[in-house]
Design a protein around this ligand. Structure first.
Ligand SMILES: NC(=O)c1ccc[n+]([C@@H]2O[C@H](COP(=O)([O-])OP(=O)(O)OC[C@H]3O[C@@H](n4cnc5c(N)ncnc54)[C@H](O)[C@@H]3O)[C@@H](O)[C@H]2O)c1
Length: 317
């Protein structure tokens, strides 16, 4: 059965996500919610006209009440990263915005899977779970699903193969402390570095560093060029939403609230999860080498601190 999907925050990211979702199988209706109602109305009409060239779900603007019965509500409301800012700088302003949004969404669509893209994207599911009682399976950050796609794309270009043939994940914070898991990366069941050697495209330590830096700096580089980053995250949102509405049970590196990880309490960082109609499974911790494990623990600590700061800032309101 095709489903209703809501998007709250119809700016650069929300509108691009809506545009892709209008062509996504399994989506019957898209409801766009924004403080700026005229903007939501304009985007809804524009997206509906594009969709009218193919398979056409209903696309409309609405208030929170229009989200009733939505399978997924994507949350992209907030301000975006300015050049030179880190995602954690955005914390205080966006947590206050997103807490207001969550309160409305859970009142009108209590069964929806909440998919957060607003930065800091790993803190928002913690706010949903700890402040509003949303189960961790339905409080999901897009997290490192996008970074993992960037990692696979970068490796694929080096190797001269399709990104779908590369199995590689980025774990941890969606941000500077993220962890590229080189030790478990594979192509065709072979360890990545061995495969690279066999096909004559070896990955020397300097190349590994260059690829890591490219992946980690992607968002900053995109913003230096065009001021915002929206299409990559929109592709990510559309892909994760497709997995949910079609109950695909596929594995993505996304973030859900966790009581503990590697001895860090109360955190929310990306790990592989199975994703389907009921939301995300419990996370899996893949085998890591010692340096990756230490880096993941460090990353989990950063989000744990940011989340406790965010929750305390809401208590003061
Ligand atoms: N997770 C990722 O990988 C990733 C990538 C890119 C951007 N982002 C994040 O996505 C968010 C949105 O970025 P953008 O470029 O679309 O920003 P934008 O400024 O273009 O759009 C934000 C929209 O949110 C709306 N909004 C603000 N407060 C609201 C509220 N209380 N209720 C409803 N709507 C509200 C605004 O009216 C605006 O239309 C930012 O936090 C940005 O950092 C995340």
């Amino acid at each position: 059965m095709a489903e209703k999907v809501g998007i709250v925050g119809v700016g650069q990211v929300g509108a691009a996500a809506g545009f892709l979702l209008a062509g996504t199988p399994g989506v019957a209706e898209i409801v766009l919610v924004d403080l700026d109602r005229a903007r939501a109305e304009g985007e809804a009409a524009d997206i509906a006209h594009a969709a009218a060239f193919g398979h056409a779900p209903v696309v409309r603007a609405g208030g929170y009440a229009a989200l009733a019965g939505a399978a997924v509500v994507v949350i992209t409301a907030g301000v975006s990263l300015k050049p030179g800012q880190t995602r954690l700088d955005l914390l205080a302003s966006n947590v206050a915005v997103v807490a207001k949004v969550i309160a409305e969404v859970v009142a009108h669509a209590p069964e929806a899977v909440l998919l957060f893209a607003t930065n800091p994207v790993d803190v928002m599911p913690m706010v949903a779970a700890r402040q509003f009682g949303v189960p961790p399976s339905r409080a999901i950050g897009t997290g490192c699903a996008l970074d993992s796609a960037r990692f696979r794309d970068r490796l694929a270009r080096h190797l001269g193969i399709g990104p779908g043939a590369v199995h590689a994940h980025v774990l941890g914070e969606h941000g500077d402390s993220e962890v590229l898991v080189w030790s478990a990366a594979q192509v065709g069941g072979l360890p990545l570095l061995r495969f690279a050697e066999i096909i004559g495209q070896p990955i020397a330590p300097a190349t590994m560093e260059e690829i890591s830096r490219d992946v980690r700096r992607s968002a900053y580089r995109i913003k230096e060029g065009k001021g915002v980053s929206n299409y990559g995250i929109a592709g990510c949102i559309a892909r994760l939403t497709k997995a949910i509405v079609n109950d695909e049970q596929v594995v993505f590196s996304i973030s859900t609230p966790m009581e503990s990880l590697l001895g860090v309490q109360e955190t929310c960082v990306s790990l592989p999860h199975i994703l389907g109609r009921r939301g995300a499974s419990a996370p899996f911790l893949p085998p890591l080498d010692a340096a990756e494990e230490a880096a993941l623990k460090h990353s989990a600590g950063i989000i744990s601190e940011a989340a406790s700061f965010a929750l305390a800032s809401l208590d003061h309101h």
